[in-house]
Ligand binder design. Structure first.
Ligand code: DP6
Length: 335
């Protein structure tokens, strides 16, 4: 009865757009830092039918929506399809009982899908380990089938989801770039709004190619941004990391806003916070960078020396919830 634990990650080079939507095969590489919390735990058992029990951060049982149930079913079916390519189609039973415990506070607005689906992948690896030992790359493929960004949360520290080539279900996997102890970076999260986003990432990815700037984005990531970001991480070069990460986040939002229909995730609050942090870092020479995913939340990544200053800045932002997290160890199987 394996139980796995995992966490979200924050992307430095953003994953946006697929070459195959159903299989979540990305168009371009992405890169992220895995966070140390909030955590999600999943226990897998065999039962007499598929059952999913989900509990929130207060330990209260949650009723899943039809869409959520269907995403779990689709993901499990895709996982079986992938395991079949490894000649192990029978190892993952149809009749599974999943118990999901999320410690992600509802008010935090942090994307839970990366934590949840990396956790599922790790739990599956635990369930099938007597029949087959899956490598981390293979576990990252299982995670990717539930949520693209989840592939990166298999590893601690910094990891990259390699786009790969072709149409095979296993043709895109994540690798680790550097472990957790390579570079202590913090992520101070500033959440201006708790409204549900109108268009989720899954639907958003499908619109990426309608932007006239998308082809250039993919080309820029392939040719320069991903290699530059890997290099900045390996050399612990914060200035370079800041330049390439911010350029990539703004470029992704430019693609989102110029797609049809236009996706506007950033709000006046986001722009105000970004302008203020730029101001502060010019004045104080602070090693801090900003990045935003598919929502108005601002992530401020900083070194240990800048942390207290950045936290103080975050707490000055009126009407915002602040969440403090840092680089983490990735997904694990609990003993
Ligand atoms: C903007 O991994 O959430 O956060 O595969 O549909 O679950 P699905 O998409 P998801 O997309 C992540 C989008 C992003 C950028 C990133 O994390 O790389």
């Amino acid at each position: 009865m394996p139980t796995a634990r995992s966490t979200p990650n924050i992307a430095l080079i953003k994953y946006w757009g697929n070459r195959n939507e159903e299989l979540r095969l990305p168009m371009a590489d992405s890169l992220s830092m895995t966070l140390d919390h909030p955590t999600v735990e999943i226990t897998l058992e065999t039962g007499d039918r598929l059952a999913i029990h989900s509990f929130d951060s207060d330990g209260r049982a949650k009723t899943l929506t039809e869409n959520q149930v269907s995403r779990w079913q689709k993901t499990l079916a895709l996982c079986r399809r992938y395991l079949a390519t490894l000649d192990e189609s029978e190892v993952l039973p149809e009749k599974l009982v999943l118990t999901i415990r999320s410690h992600i506070p509802p008010s935090v607005g942090l994307a839970s899908s990366a934590a949840v689906f990396s956790c599922l992948a790790k739990a599956i690896a635990g369930l099938v380990r007597e029949q087959i030992t899956l490598t981390d790359e293979q576990v990252s493929v299982l995670a990717r089938l539930g949520s693209g960004s989840a592939a990166r949360s298999i590893y601690g520290g910094f990891s990259a989801l390699k786009a790969g080539e072709g149409k095979e279900i296993g043709s895109s996997a994540a690798i680790q770039i550097a472990p957790e102890d390579h570079w202590l970076l913090h992520d101070i999260v500033i959440i201006p709004s708790h409204d549900e986003k109108k268009v989720g990432s899954t639907e958003g990815h499908a619109l990426a190619s309608t932007s006239p700037f998308y082809e250039q984005r993919v080309e820029d990531i392939r040719r320069k941004r991903q290699p530059e970001c890997v290099d900045a991480v390996l050399k612990r070069d914060f200035e370079k990391l800041q330049r390439v990460t911010e350029e990539d986040a703004l470029d992704m939002h430019h693609v989102m806003e110029t797609s049809t229909p236009s996706l506007k995730y950033l709000t006046a609050d986001t722009h105000r916070i970004v302008a203020a942090i730029k101001d502060l870092r010019t004045k104080e020479h602070l090693p801090v960078l900003f990045t935003m995913d598919a929502g108005p939340t601002v992530h401020l990544l900083c070194t240990d020396e800048a942390k207290s200053h950045v936290l103080a800045f975050a707490h000055e932002q009126k009407g915002c919830t602040i969440y403090e997290t840092k680089i983490g160890p990735g997904s694990t199987l609990l003993p």
